[in-house]
Design a protein. Structure first.
Length: 202
């Protein structure tokens, strides 16, 4: 049997005109997978309702402090990532989400690569990311991309305590990219609750 042709996936940085499509993707992913979807663990209906709107998406666009990236296949958004400035040297990969139907196709890797390229152009030397401590798949994905664990925290989301692991990596080719990896953090979608307890890894 001949192999089916693969559908091209385009990866790009989001602008204000993409906000409606990205918001629809967030809502669609939540409705189909709920908190079981990687990247949405700990989220609630109230949180998704507050971020899955064009207005909320546009509020998260403000280069270079905040950037958003998305993947499109068959004229439909199938993945997204977001970054935010932590300080002069550090940027956080503060959200990455790929639809279940599009997983396993390298979309997450391409989104991270584009985020790293933009961060490098913005002269950041370090990127951090946080994910649920129990999300072994995500942790493995980030470690394969050069991120290493640096701290553990507990996020309070929707009244629940969610253990979170923070990972970091240097951004090669940026000024001071050889700086020591350690870090601060915060935002999408787990920014719903800023209260967290932080514990450095030994």
């Amino acid at each position: 049997m001949p192999a089916r042709p693969t559908t091209p996936v385009a990866i790009a940085e989001a602008g204000a005109s993409d906000a409606v499509a990205i918001a629809a993707f967030l809502l669609r992913t939540w409705q189909s997978s709920g908190p079981d979807s990687p990247g949405l663990a700990g989220a609630t209906d109230e949180l998704i309702a507050s971020i899955a709107t064009a207005k909320a998406i546009r509020a998260r666009l403000g280069r270079p402090v905040r950037r958003m990236f998305f993947a499109v296949s068959n004229n439909e958004v199938v993945g997204m990532a977001a970054t935010r400035r932590v300080n002069a040297s550090t940027v956080e990969l503060s959200g990455i989400l790929v639809s279940v139907a599009a997983s396993g196709k390298g979309i997450g890797t391409r989104l991270v690569e584009l985020a790293l390229n933009r961060a490098r152009a913005d002269r950041f030397s370090r990127m951090i990311v946080r994910t649920e401590r129990a999300n072994e798949r995500a942790i493995s994905f980030y470690r394969q991309g050069g991120f290493e664990p640096v701290a553990e925290t507990v996020e309070h989301i929707g009244g629940n305590e969610v253990p979170v692991l923070e990972l970091a990596r240097a951004i090669e080719g940026s000024p001071a990219s050889s700086a020591t990896i350690s870090g601060e953090s915060g935002e999408f979608p787990s920014s719903a609750s800023p209260r967290r307890r932080r514990r450095r890894r030994p």
